[in-house]
Write a protein that binds this ligand. Structure first.
Ligand SMILES: Cc1cc2nc3c(=O)[nH]c(=O)nc-3n(C[C@H](O)[C@H](O)[C@H](O)COP(=O)(O)OP(=O)(O)OC[C@H]3O[C@@H](n4cnc5c(N)ncnc54)[C@H](O)[C@@H]3O)c2cc1C
Ligand code: FES
Length: 259
C-alpha cells in the first residue's frame, strides 16, 4: 500500500475554469474524506482527496496552480500516474440533518460525503462557496443526490453575493443541524468553527505532505497530531486545542506561512 500503484487514466473531465477530474480504475474501499498520494512521473507526488467513489472507479478533482497540478491537468486518457493510499481517516457521517460547507477545491472532497449521506437517507444541506461562477463545479452532481444546494460567490456572479460562511451563518440561524462538515480555505473553516458553538463539527485540513502515512512528521500540527494519519478530518473539540488552526501552515522546509 505504501508504494505507488501505476494505473492508466480512463477519463478526464473539465469541471470548471482550470479545474479537472481524473478518473482511474481502483476497487479499493474508500471513506469520503480520505486522500491518495498521486505520483506524476518526473514531476512530483502530491496529496489529493478522493472526489469520485464508485465500486471499481475512483477520481480526483483539482485546480491547476503549480508544477504538479499543471502537469496533472495536461495528462490525457491512457497516460499513467502512480497512486498510493487511501490514507487518512475520512468524515464520520451521522445524524439526521447535516450541513456541508465546501469552499473552492474543498468542494471536491465534500461531494462523496454528501453522496454517502444521501445513500443513508440523511437530509443534507450544502453550501458551495467560490470566487465567481466560472470556478463553480459539482453543482449538478450534488443536486442529483437530493440535497438542498446553495451557492455563494465572492463577486455575486451566481447565488448569494458573499462568503460561504455568510450563507452558512444564515442557515445555522434558521435551521437545526445535527452536525456540520466542511472542507475549504482554512480561514473559512475557522470562522465556521466559531459559528458552530455546540453543534458537532468536522473540518478537513491541508498541510504539506511527504510520506502521507505518518512517518516523516512533515504534517504535524501540534498535540502529537499528524494531518495525514490522525486527520485530515478533525472534530471541533480537537480543533479548539490546535493553536495553528486558521493562523498558519508550514512549507516543505517547516517554515511557518501565515494564512
Ligand atoms: C489531504 C490533502 C488533500 C488535498 N486534496 C486536494 C483536492 O482534492 N484538490 C485540489 O485541487 N487540491 C488538493 N490538495 C492540495 C494539493 O495537494 C496542492 O494544491 C498541490 O500539492 C499543489 O502542488 P503544485 O505543485 O501544483 O503547486 P505548488 O506551487 O508546488 O504549491 C501550491 C500550494 O500547494 C501546496 N503544496 C505543494 N505541495 C504539497 C504537498 N506535497 N502536500 C500538501 N500541499 C502541497 C503548497 O504548500 C502551496 O500552498 C490537497 C492537499 C492535502 C494535504
Ligand atoms: S506527511 Fe509524513 S507524517 Fe504526515
Amino acid at each position: 500500500m505504501n508504494y505507488p500503484k501505476i494505473t492508466k487514466i480512463i477519463e478526464t473531465r473539465k469541471e470548471a475554469k482550470d479545474t479537472k477530474t481524473i478518473l482511474f480504475k481502483d476497487s479499493v474501499e474508500i471513506i469520503p474524506g480520505q486522500f491518495f498520494m498521486i505520483w506524476i512521473p518526473g514531476v512530483d507526488e502530491i496529496p489529493m482527496s478522493v472526489s469520485y467513489i464508485d465500486k471499481d472507479i475512483k477520481g480526483i478533482t483539482f485546480r491547476k496552480i503549480g508544477d504538479a497540478t499543471k502537469a496533472l491537468y495536461n495528462l490525457k486518457k491512457d497516460d499513467k500516474i502512480g497512486i498510493r493510499g487511501p490514507y487518512g481517516n475520512g468524515f464520520k457521517i451521522n445524524g439526521k440533518n447535516i450541513l456541508f460547507v465546501g469552499g473552492g477545491t474543498g468542494i471536491a472532497m465534500i461531494a462523496p460525503a454528501v453522496e454517502k449521506a444521501s445513500y443513508e437517507k440523511i437530509t443534507s444541506t450544502v453550501v458551495l462557496g467560490v470566487k465567481n461562477k466560472d470556478e463553480l463545479f459539482f453543482e449538478k452532481k450534488l443536486q442529483k443526490t437530493g440535497a438542498k444546494i446553495f451557492v455563494a460567490t465572492d463577486d455575486g456572479s451566481k447565488g448569494d453575493k458573499g462568503f460561504a460562511t455568510d450563507l452558512a451563518e444564515k442557515m445555522l440561524n434558521e435551521h437545526k443541524f445535527d452536525s456540520v462538515l466542511t472542507c475549504g480555505p482554512e480561514i473559512m473553516m475557522k470562522k465556521l468553527h466559531s459559528l458552530c458553538n455546540n453543534i458537532p463539527f468536522q473540518a478537513s485540513l491541508e498541510r504539506y505532505m511527504k510520506c502521507g502515512f505518518g512517518i516523516c512528521g512533515q504534517c504535524c500540527i501540534g498535540k502529537g497530531l499528524r494531518v495525514c494519519k490522525d486527520g485530515p478530518v478533525f472534530d471541533g473539540e480537537t480543533l479548539k486545542n490546535i493553536e495553528e488552526f486558521g493562523k498558519y501552515k508550514r512549507d516543505a522546509s517547516g517554515k511557518k506561512i501565515p494564512l
